[in-house]
Every structure is written in structure tokens, then in C-alpha cells.
Design a protein. Structure first.
Length: 149
């Protein structure tokens, strides 16, 4: 599931599996982090959020502004319905571990879910990483059996 609407399939391509690397799953955390980094004063924050929701509703007209930012976090936004692999740098300085922990917490008992914290991976932007590539290949080799679970 890519969105909270299970019938939405990008480009009409049915998904049989999903690979997440350094997943961004808690958009409310990101928005609050941006507000902190930009040092947006408290009295301006409602105006900032109004602009954010204006832009969001252009892309997602059915979004209710009154539901706030939490609606864009898992599990409210959606949980995959297909076997999923999640790879995360153990020391991700950009996102930290909150998003990974949320995936583990929300996906583990709901779908075939494989996840790994990779110590040797500096960040998902790393072009090559032997450990990541080995875990990815291992999951892909087992993929057909995951579909039978």
C-alpha cells in the first residue's frame, strides 16, 4: 500500500513486494524538525502549517486539514500489504531511528516483514555497501517463498 487508499496503484503497476531503505514514515516528525531548524516563531507556525496543508491538498484533495500531520504517519497513512524489506543504517544521522522503529512496530505482525540495521552502512545515500547488497540479494532470493506465507 503506497497511500492510505489501498486502491491507488502508481502507474497501474501491481506491487508484489516493497523494499524500503532508510524509510521516511513519520512525516509529522519531519515537519516538526523543519519548524525547529528554521526557527519558525510560535506565532507564525499556524500560518506555516496552513501553507503546508494548502500544498498537500493540491496533491491529495481528500486530505482533511483538521486531522493534522499525524494522518501522514504510519499506520494512519497506510501499512504495506505485500512482503517488505527494510534496510536502515545503524547510525543514520539524517533520520535517526524513529522511522525504522515505527516500521518494526507497525509492520512486524501485519505482513511478511524483514528488517535489518546495518552497522557498516553510513547512510542510505552510500552508493555501495557489501552488507546491504548481500541482505538485499538474500531477500530477493527468498522472495517467491515470502509470497506463499
Amino acid at each position: 500500500r503506497i497511500s492510505r487508499e489501498p486502491e491507488i496503484i502508481p502507474y497501474q503497476i501491481p506491487l508484489n513486494g516493497l523494499i524500503l531503505e532508510s524509510p521516511l514514515l513519520l512525516y509529522s516528525n519531519i515537519a516538526h524538525g523543519i519548524i525547529q531548524r528554521l526557527r519558525i516563531p510560535k506565532f507564525i507556525r499556524p500560518l506555516h502549517m496552513k501553507r503546508v496543508f494548502r500544498d498537500v491538498t493540491v496533491m491529495h484533495p481528500d486530505v482533511d486539514v483538521l486531522d493534522g500531520l499525524k494522518q501522514f504517519d504510519i499506520p494512519l497513512w497506510g501499512v504495506p500489504s505485500v512482503p517488505t524489506l527494510c534496510l536502515q543504517s545503524m547510525n543514520d544521522k539524517h533520520l535517526g531511528r524513529d522511522h525504522y522503529n515505527a516500521a518494526v512496530s507497525e509492520f512486524t505482525d501485519k505482513i511478511p516483514f524483514t528488517h535489518h540495521l546495518i552497522e557498516s552502512l553510513s547512510h542510505s545515500g552510500a552508493r555501495k555497501n557489501v552488507e546491504r547488497e548481500a541482505l538485499l540479494l538474500e531477500w530477493l532470493e527468498e522472495f517467491d517463498s515470502l509470497l506463499l506465507k
